[in-house]
Structure formats: structure tokens, C-alpha cells
Design a protein around this ligand. Structure first.
Ligand code: NDP
Ligand code: 2IT
Length: 448
């Protein structure tokens, strides 16, 4: 796909010049621009008001030093980020990623996508993302705590329950959120919902842990249902074995699917009997071990080095839940050849543009990340609501709300695609539906 609009081409050139080298950010912006062409044709106001120029320029970008002391007494230095992208429809909201690959271009692609994702949920939340190039793998609990405290000592100057509410992402789970929440409370002397994804003892919400994976399956099931299909009786391949992958596996299994393969960044396991999720949970959530150990206790399972091979496993439904650009053109070809009928993106931007093009050409049902993984942030908003009211809702209540939100997201992206002449193209539908609400709010707020 290429961009035809002269206006969008000009903005893209500015982005490439101003944000030199941020390749993941360009990828995310290009995909949105490709979807917006029919919207611009119908709304000439968008160009006059500079809506697109404003959308691609974050409202605020904070970059800071994070110094901490390791277990040997040595001082370590990492870089911290918070990119507050857009607050047109609500306080900034989005996760924090701790991974050695983190640099500004990754945080910006994630923050940019978050604007549209959050809008799609129908809830009043703006878009942001943050994180650090700190690598939690192999660090002791004390090291992780000292890093989190140092990170929050700076971050707390910029966030707040009505201003900017971070949550988890890769490398940031309830342990890290807990340490950051404790430090925020100590410095600001406020027990408020400034972070989501807190554990239950810290006023977290039931279902937040499960929300992204469950939401992914609810939306994928809605998409399958519309095509007369379902998870029932299908073979499912899920990349990753972190928070999103684990709870996607749980829900896909509850819905009648059989998850036959999962991975981590070293390799993947294939278990023809369906993966033993209790074992994966123990290895990954409790012991923080590698997935290779699964095969040692499951004789029918095989372990293969290298994570991209997972897409050669035959399946009906593929749920990439690890990281960006996980499914490239070659992996997409393998999935199509092997008869895959649906792809639901649990991770952010897990399919390359070439892979998406192939999926769409081959008629595979394709649910893009902005819609498919929005259940996490939607449930974060439910956590914020409970924190503000000082109440906690039951598991069933939160789960029902999550399910309804995912059904609504599916219907909105499907209907927006149809309205703008690209029926069945859920990438365009999600981008358009997410964009329109933010653009309307920006218009109403004047030039800010
Ligand atoms: P976790 O840190 O819990 O798990 C990440 C998983 O992905 C691990 O299995 C990890 O393997 C694997 N992984 C990470 N980086 C790579 C890599 N470069 N190559 C191969 N595998 C990799 O993170 P989450 O489950 O929370 O996040 C997974 C994805 O879902 C991310 O794209 C995130 O942005 C997205 N997401 C998360 C939400 C949430 O609520 N947590 C909400 C919406 C989207 P290893 O342990 O070996 O590193
Ligand atoms: O990518 C995402 O939507 C997240 N990591 C969750 C964000 C949130 O604020 O819950």
C-alpha cells in the first residue's frame, strides 16, 4: 500500500526528518495514514486544522536518567521515557515497557498506537507510553525494586490520577507496578489510582491480569462468529508466554480451542495434546524460567530453538502475543499455506506490513492490535473507575464489562470499514473509528 494524499505525504516527510531513525514509529504512522485517505476526502477541515500534524507530534516527551545500585554495590545507569502523546479525550494512559531494546522510536510507536486503541474502547482515555532500556531478566528482586524506585522518583513529577496513568507492558507486571506504586505513594503522600495493573492488595482490579488475553479471545470470537466460525474445535498457535499469551491461552481453551504451541524469545514448544497451562504459569509467572523446560516434563512435547519457527506449526487460529514484527512475510505465507483462517493480534504491531497485506489478500480474518488487545487498557480504565469510587467490583462484573467492550469494538471497526468503502478491512476500520473520535475532540478544543 502507498499513501496518495499530498497532505499526508507532506506530513510523513516532516515526521521522517524530525524523528530520524525511528523506524517502528514510521511503520505505525504509515499504517494509520494509509487508512485515513477516505476520511480526509470527506473532511477537508482536518487539513485546515492541522489535525494530522498535531497527532504525530507528542504533546510532551520526557527522557530521564535512572541511576540505581546493583547487588555488587556498583552504580548502573539506564534511560527512562514517558511520551505523553495525546490528551484530547482523557488523561494520558498507556503502559511502561522494560526491555533492553527500548529506545524513543519504540515508545513513540506504542504511544501513537495507544491514542487510537484507547479511543476505540469508547472510554475517556488519552494516549501515552513509557519505559526503559532496563532489562529485568536475571536481576534479583532487590535490583528490580531499586530500579523501579529510582524510575518512579523522576516519573512521579509528571504523572497523576487525573493527568497520566501508566500500567504494565513487556517486562512490567504486578511486581514492578507494586514497587512503583509504593514509591509514588511515599513521595507524593497520596493513595490514588495513579497506576493500573496493581495487585489486589494494592487496590488493583479483578480481571486486569487476565484482561488483555481474555479480551483478545472475546474479540477474535466475535470476528469468527460473524463469519460463521468459532474457537470450538480449532488448533491455536500463540507466540509469547508472558501475561498476554498466558491468558489468551486460558480463554482460547475455555472457548473450545486447543493451544498447541507457545514461545519465548529463545524458542518454542509444540505439544500435540494441547499445552499444559498450569505448567507454563508456574514456569513463567512463579519461577521466571525458560519455556524450554516445559519439554523436559512433557514427553510428547518438542522444543525448537528460535522463536520465528512457531509460525510453521499448522493451526486454524494464530494469536501473536510476544512483540512487534513477530510475523513477517515468510511466516504469513506459512500460516496461509497451512490453512490458518484467522489472526488476532495480542501484541502491539506483531505483523509486518507485508504480512498484513498477504493476510488481507488471502481473505484471512485479521483483527489488528489496536482493537484486538484493547481489553487490557479498557480494564485499566475500569480499575481507575473503581479506585476513584473506592470500591471493588466482582470478577464476574468486570469480566462482563470487558466482554461487552470487546464486542462493541468489533462492531465499531467492522461498521467503520463498511461506511468508508473498505468492508472486511478491520485495519482500516479500527484506525478510522479510533481517529474520528480523537479528531472531533481536537476540533472542539481549539488550537492547542
Ligand atoms: P511479558 O513481558 O509478560 O511477556 C512478553 C513475552 O513475549 C515473553 O514471552 C517474551 O519472551 C516474549 N518476547 C518479548 N520480546 C521478545 C522478542 N524480542 N522476541 C521474541 N519474544 C519476545 O509482556 P506482555 O505479555 O504484557 O506483552 C506482550 C505483548 O502484548 C507486547 O507487544 C505488549 O506491548 C502487548 N500488550 C500488552 C498488554 C498488557 O496489558 N500487558 C496490553 C496490550 C498489549 P522472553 O521472556 O524470552 O523475553
Ligand atoms: O499496550 C497496552 O495497551 C498496554 N500495555 C496496557 C496499557 C494500560 O494502560 O493498561
Amino acid at each position: 500500500m502507498t499513501i496518495h494524499s499530498e497532505y499526508l505525504k507532506r506530513v510523513m516527510e516532516t515526521v521522517k526528518k524530525r524523528d530520524y531513525g525511528e523506524v517502528e514509529f514510521f511503520q505505525a504512522v504509515t499504517e494509520v495514514f494509509e487508512s485515513l485517505e477516505p476520511v480526509l476526502e470527506r473532511n477537508p477541515d482536518i487539513e485546515r486544522l492541522g489535525i494530522i500534524e498535531r497527532l504525530v507530534e507528542p504533546e510532551r516527551q520526557i527522557i530521564f536518567r535512572v541511576s540505581w545500585v546493583d547487588d555488587t554495590g556498583r552504580v548502573r545507569v539506564n534511560r527512562g521515557y514517558r511520551v505523553e502523546f495525546n490528551s484530547a479525550i482523557g488523561p494520558y494512559k498507556g503502559g511502561l515497557r522494560f526491555h533492553s531494546s527500548v529506545y524513543l522510536g519504540i515508545i513513540k510507536f506504542l504511544g501513537f498506537e495507544q491514542i487510537f486503541k484507547n479511543s476505540l474502547t469508547g472510554l475517556p482515555i488519552g494516549g501515552a507510553k513509557g519505559g526503559s532500556d532496563f532489562n529485568p531478566k536475571g536481576k534479583s528482586d532487590g535490583e528490580v525494586m531499586r530500579f523501579c524506585q529510582s524510575f518512579m522518583t523522576e516519573l512521579c513529577k509528571h504523572i497523576g490520577a487525573d493527568t497520566d496513568v501508566p500500567a504494565g507492558d513487556i517486562g512490567v507486571g504486578s511486581r514492578e507496578i507494586g514497587y512503583m506504586f509504593g514509591q509514588y505513594k511515599r513521595i507524593r503522600n497520596e493513595f490514588v489510582g495513579v497506576l493500573t495493573g496493581k495487585d489486589l492488595t494494592n487496590s488493583g482490579s479483578l480481571v486486569r491480569t487476565e484482561a488483555t488475553g481474555y479480551g483478545l479471545c472475546y474479540l477474535t470470537e466475535a470476528m469468527l462468529r460473524d463469519a460463521g466460525k468459532s474457537f470450538k474445535g480449532s488448533a491455536v498457535v500463540i507466540s509469547g508466554s508472558g501475561n498476554v499469551a498466558i491468558y489468551a491461552t486460558e480463554k482460547a481453551t475455555q472457548l473450545g480451542g486447543k493451544v498447541v504451541a507457545m514461545s519465548d524469545s529463545d524458542g518454542y514448544i509444540y505439544d500435540p495434546d494441547g499445552v499444559d497451562l498450569a505448567c507454563i504459569k508456574r514456569l513463567k509467572e512463579v519461577e521466571r524460567k525458560r519455556i524450554s523446560e516445559y519439554a523436559e516434563t512433557h514427553p510428547k512435547a518438542t522444543y525448537t530453538e528460535g522463536c520465528s519457527g512457531i509460525w510453521s506449526v499448522k493451526c486454524d487460529i494464530a494469536l501473536p502475543c510476544a512483540t512487534q514484527n513477530d510475523i513477517d512475510k515468510k511466516s504469513a505465507e506459512l500460516l496461509i499455506q497451512n490453512g490458518c483462517i484467522a489472526v488476532g493480534e495480542g501484541a502491539n504491531m506483531p505483523s509486518t506490513p507485508e504480512a498484513i497485506e498477504l493476510f488481507q489478500k488471502s481473505g484471512i480474518l485479521f483483527a489488528p492490535a489496536k482493537a484486538a488487545n484493547a481489553g487490557g487498557v479498557a480494564t485499566s480504565h475500569l480499575e481507575m473507575s473503581q479506585n476513584s469510587q473506592r470500591v471493588s467490583w466482582s470478577f464476574e462484573k468486570v469480566d462482563m464489562k470487558l466482554m461487552q467492550i470487546m464486542e462493541d469494538i468489533y462492531a465499531n471497526m467492522r461498521d467503520a470499514a463498511k461506511e468508508y468503502g473498505c468492508e472486511g478491512n478491520f485495519v482500516a476500520g479500527a484506525n478510522i473509528a479510533g481517529f474520528l473520535k480523537v479528531a472531533d475532540a481536537m476540533k472542539a478544543q481549539g488550537v492547542v
